[in-house]
Ligand binder design. Structure first.
Ligand code: HEM
Length: 349
């Protein structure tokens, strides 16, 4: 035993004290409340997506002539294929919801302020990657809405002046949907975007580790209460419990509401109603309200403002008396997003 220990110690020169130092990061007390740990939830769901995605990729065939049949095969014939596919789909939905909730908690607690501006911008890149990975994922099934969703998405990109045409060509691998489009979506969905997200997550979590999580105090806490607790094992317990609850929730959702498969894509028949997934409802409604180039450019502008929000907020706080303007702007933003999403969900066209 001691020989084996010595063998490893020589090759992996990490002592117990090093490990303790690495894992005993003090964590601010407010992270005992689970809603402040919402960053761990998308991280956990991302791992679920990688594992279930690899299993699905063993059977999925990314070409217009085979994709739909391979999804049918996974759903109906492969052992537990329906379960893995349903967990992948539900984890995607929950991950998008968790990222949005995490961003809201960061926004409303002002955790993006100095010195965390760069991490907010990395977070924005993560949000965009999460949305695009969702979009490309739904296109892989090659059902009617996969095909028409991709076509509508590319046509929307086309309305952007100067670069729109190139963006459309890059997305579709040509002027319109063709044999090369689906393989391209698959490479984006299963390789380019996950790799980009792993890189961004390493930077996001690396920065959190260097800067520490922002501290917060609450009125109901005694003045002399300890301000931090240990990452290991205390905080890890919270994350493990959140992970277990999520796994149970995913299994229940996958069993009670398993992923369906719609009619196969037919490029000659435009469906009467084309709707994207719920997380694009807000953009879709906005595009319908202000059709054309203005709608696309204004959406881009809103995303840009969100990107540089920490600097706009700092400017407002320095130059005006409205110290908490961000809270009111945030409330209006959330009401607008919820309102447009519900509106799009309720109407047919
Ligand atoms: C895949 C998506 C994401 C993952 C896995 C993730 C993960 C995390 C984790 C684990 C934390 C530590 C504290 C906590 O749990 O709240 C955190 C903090 C933070 N995140 Fe994210 N995040 C993601 C997306 C975002 C987005 C979309 C934004 C904003 C645009 C963002 C901005 C921040 C900031 C500024 C902090 C520091 C908060 C503080 O110090 O209190 N993150 N993130």
């Amino acid at each position: 035993m001691s020989t084996a220990k010595g063998w490893f110690a020589e090759r992996l020169p990490v002592t117990q004290a090093d490990l303790r130092e690495l894992t005993n990061e003090p964590v601010p007390n407010h992270l005992r409340r689970w809603w402040f740990c919402l960053g761990g939830t998308p991280a956990y769901l991302f791992v679920v997506q990688i594992v279930t995605g690899i299993l699905l990729a063993f059977y999925y065939q990314p070409s217009p002539s085979t994709a739909y049949q391979s999804i049918e095969h996974i759903t109906n014939n492969v052992a537990y294929g329906w379960y893995i596919r349903s967990v992948h789909k539900w984890a995607a939905t929950l991950m998008i919801a968790a990222v949005i909730l995490h961003q809201m908690r960061v926004f409303f607690t002002g955790a993006y302020r100095k010195p965390r501006e760069i991490n907010w911008m990395i977070g924005m890149c993560l949000l965009l990657c999460t949305l695009v990975i969702g979009f490309t994922g739904y296109s892989l099934v090659f059902e009617q809405l996969s095909f028409w969703g991709a076509t509508v998405g590319a046509n929307i990109a086309d309305t952007v002046p100067y670069v729109g045409g190139i963006a459309k060509q890059l997305l579709l691998a040509g002027d319109s949907y063709n044999e090369q489009t689906l393989p391209r979506f698959f490479i984006l969905h299963a390789a380019v975007l996950p790799a980009t997200m792993i890189f961004l997550l390493a930077m996001h979590i690396g920065l959190i580790r260097m800067q520490g999580v922002s501290e917060m105090s609450f009125e109901d806490e005694p003045e002399d209460a300890p301000r931090t607790f240990n990452f290991f094992p205390d905080h890890l317990y919270t994350e493990v419990i959140v992970g277990l609850v999520l796994m149970i929730l995913l299994s229940v959702l996958a069993t009670v509401l398993p992923a369906h498969i719609g009619p196969k894509a037919d490029p000659l028949t435009t469906p009467e109603v084309i709707k994207p997934e719920w997380f694009f409802y807000v953009t879709f409604r906005w595009l319908k309200l202000f059709s054309g180039t203005f709608a696309v450019l204004s959406s881009g502008f809103i995303v840009f403002v969100m990107f540089i929000w920490p600097f706009i907020d700092s400017w407002i706080r320095k130059k005006t008396r409205f110290q908490e303007a961000s809270v009111w702007i945030g409330i209006v933003g959330v009401l607008l997003i919820v309102g447009l999403t519900v509106w799009e969900a309720l109407v047919e066209h």
